[in-house]
Design a protein around this ligand. Structure first.
Ligand code: 6R9
Length: 678
């Protein structure tokens, strides 16, 4: 792996970063692991305003699955995210809404945000929403969705945001599971200029579910009433209803000075469904105190957040990245945050660059899948943009790979911005492993070093390594913690941290069995990683995505990263197929930039590339060119579908839960291409 110390080239960080230098990082990191209570006590005072201070910092253990932080402390989200900033800088911009149509862009000040959240909260109160109730939010990435999220905690309710692109079946499963009685939605939204029928989808989703008593409909796209129905006794036009609570309205005086709910630090703030591989979707629960604290701390640390910054995360609100790094962390830190409703190629492929220059963004955070997508258009679209306001650029969601890393760093960061590859997951609530601007030496392809309170440990099954520090025998499972560097293993986190998810809604056993019981005392991330000689982490991908070819183990991501080095590949997915002799053989799916090439030629080149960069053993058995790969909304390739296909199972109905799939059509095409092979 190439080490890449680009410190000297960076923009001078004259005002000093939040974490000043490597020594300070090391000192604080050590404290956060060895004396976590002292560390978190201080940070909890620094980042949050408490209604009632806590006396206990943390309690419980991973083994028992009963971790708590600040359990007797009380705080309110509205005060922390909105009120304290409104009081200081009412007319500064809190939200930048970059709508699907760039002409519809607008900004919202802290004052406006506070007014809207209060009004939405009064609406919820009027509808009888109480502390602990679950409220579903099925909206696009828009200011109204943020008002709804914050209004929930104002009245003590738990929000469940469902990605606006999900089908009625996906929404239905989530509404049923969370027993959510009240739903926020929009009449329609626009995506790439096309209308998306949100309200109609909700109607189908909740058909026959009697406990859904109110559907609040924001008229996001005007004057199209013939496109959807409104049901009396259940459906309410949100804007009109909100106006009834304003001066001169029917409910002008109802709860006019309602105070935000003071929440116990351990009260749930939200639940968020993640795509389980099969079966029922699972709702992970995040709390109010610990989650908010680590969200804010990691945001400030990783993005070098300063007063006056304009920070832009391009994610969708329905993803954990949207929750933590569009809404909660920036708002706690009083940072202007962007709500990007569109896609990188609408109305043209320069959309991201337009947004950066138009608003003077100081930070830009997106996914490798988006970087690879804009890369396919080359550097020409970037030429007329200066992008000079940027200081930090970030990546999240998958391993970024060397080629995309280089391109992003050079063409977007102009070789001057810090590129932070941030590794984390819905379950962690906040970034776990990432570089820190001004502090960490960057290495291409590495998420680098752990953040505060995160103690990563690589585990191998007994017998897998000679460098043994410790062995444990528990439930007949033997595993070893790898003490030394330059090795790979299962990535776990030893001990707990404030923003770790506390449970799965209604299924604590599944929570324990999935994350905590496999290796008692350790949180199982489900990823594998390599730690190099400097202690830097390289995430290799999900554990299930390791291939064993003739007793050689390959991570799918290292194979894919090598294959994307070919100038004509946009995206690649590698899965293992059963093989009589080799045990497993490598099956490659690839999407090409230029489709007018001879397929056999490119297949040969890809074979050679793997042989050269990885090993002869890594010669693929089959390479299939496809139009697109099946992906989740957050850009993750659904390899389990591809695995079914390569085992000649062509029955799409047996592929398990496909509700989170972004492009279902891709599956049929891949099935038909693979069928031709055999
Ligand atoms: C935030 C988010 C979590 C899984 C995670 C891992 C992969 C995320 C990554 C990364 C390599 C990174 N992942 N960030 N892999 N490098 N920087 O993505 O949450 O949707 O729950 O996914 O994503 O496999 O386990 P979530």
């Amino acid at each position: 792996m190439t080490s890449f110390d680009c410190k000297n080239k960076f923009k001078p960080l004259t005002e000093g970063t939040y974490i000043k230098n490597a020594e300070e990082y090391k000192r604080l990191y050590k404290q956060s692991i060895e004396d976590p209570n002292a560390f978190w006590y201080e940070k909890a005072q620094e980042f949050l305003t408490w209604d009632k201070s806590f006396t206990t910092i943390s309690s419980g253990t991973l083994k028992q699955g009963n971790v708590k932080y600040f359990e007797d402390g009380y705080l309110n989200v509205y005060q922390n995210c909105v009120l304290r900033h409104k009081e200081k800088k009412p007319n500064d911009v809190a939200l930048i809404y970059e709508a699907d149509d760039p002409e519809d862009a607008r900004t919202i000040t802290w004052l406006e945000l506070s007014e809207q959240v209060q009004l939405y909260a009064r609406v919820l109160k009027h509808l009888g929403v109480k502390k602990g109730d679950v409220v579903t939010i099925y909206m696009s990435t828009s200011p109204e969705a943020v008002y709804a999220m914050l209004a929930c905690s104002y009245v003590g309710a738990i929000h469940s945001v469902i990605f606006g692109g999900f089908s009625s079946a996906a929404v239905r499963a989530r509404v049923l599971d969370s027993k959510s009685e009240v739903i926020f939605t929009q009449n329609l939204t626009k995506r790439r200029g096309k209308l998306v029928p949100m309200k109609t989808t909700i109607d189908q989703a909740v058909e026959g579910i009697d406990f859904v008593r109110s559907v609040l409909v924001d008229e996001h796209v005007c004057n199209l009433k013939d496109q959807y129905e409104m049901r009396s006794n259940r459906d309410i036009y949100l804007k009109h209803f909100v106006s009834e609570f304003q001066k001169g309205g029917k409910y002008e005086n109802e709860n006019a000075d309602m105070q935000p709910m003071s929440m116990n630090a351990e009260d749930p703030l939200f639940l968020l469904y993640t795509s389980g591989s099969t079966g029922k979707p699972k709702a992970l629960i995040h709390t109010t105190g610990g989650y908010l604290l680590n969200a804010a701390l990691t945001h400030k640390t990783v993005f070098d957040i300063r007063e006056g910054d304009r920070y832009g995360c391009m994610a969708d609100l329905g993803w954990i990245t949207g929750h933590t790094y569009i809404v909660y962390a920036p708002l706690i830190n009083g940072t202007t945050t962007v709500l990007f409703e569109s896609t990188p190629d609408y109305p043209s492929i320069t959309r991201y660059w337009d947004v950066i220059d138009k608003w003077g963004l100081t930070q830009f955070y997106t996914s490798p899948t988006a970087v690879r997508f804009v890369m396919t258009y080359g550097t020409e679209p970037l030429e007329k943009f200066s992008l000079k306001s940027l200081r930090v650029i970030g990546s999240v969601g998958e391993p970024i790979g060397v080629e995309a890393w280089n391109w992003y760093f050079k063409n977007v960061g102009k070789s001057k911005c810090y590129l932070v590859d941030t590794y984390w997951m819905t379950e962690s609530g906040a970034i776990m492993i990432s570089a820190i601007p001004g502090v960490t030496t960057l290495k291409r392809g590495s998420a680098t070093l752990p953040l505060f309170g995160i103690n990563p440990q690589l585990l191998v099954k007994n017998g897998g390594s000679k460098n043994i520090e410790m062995s444990m025998q528990k439930k007949k499972k033997q595993f070893l913690e790898i003490a030394e560097n330059s090795q790979s293993g299962i990535l776990t986190i030893k001990g707990h941290w404030p923003s770790i998810t506390r449970t799965i809604l209604g299924n604590h056993k599944r929570y324990l069995d999935t994350y905590l019981n496999p290796y008692p005392g350790y949180f199982l991330t489900g990823d594998s990683a390599y730690r190099d000689m400097d202690g830097f982490y390289f995430i290799k991908g999900r554990i299930d995505d390791v291939l064993n070819v003739s007793a050689h183990r390959f991570g799918t991501s290292e194979l894919e990263s090598a294959l994307t080095l070919h100038p004509n590949t946009i995206e690649v997915a590698v899965v293992g197929m059963p093989h009589k002799i080799k045990g497993e053989a490598i099956f490659v799916f690839c999407v090409l930039k230029n489709k007018q090439v001879e397929e056999n030629k490119i297949k040969n080149e890809l074979k050679l590339l793997l042989q050269k960069t990885i090993s002869k053993v890594a010669t693929p058995e089959h390479i299939v060119v496809v139009e697109s790969l099946p992906k989740t909304r957050s850009g993750k390739i659904m390899r389990r579908i591809l695995k079914k296909i390569v085992t000649k199972n062509y029955e799409i109905s047996t592929y398990g839960d496909l509700s989170t799939l972004l492009n279902p059509d891709s599956v049929k095409q891949i099935v038909s291409n693979v069928k031709k092979l055999f």
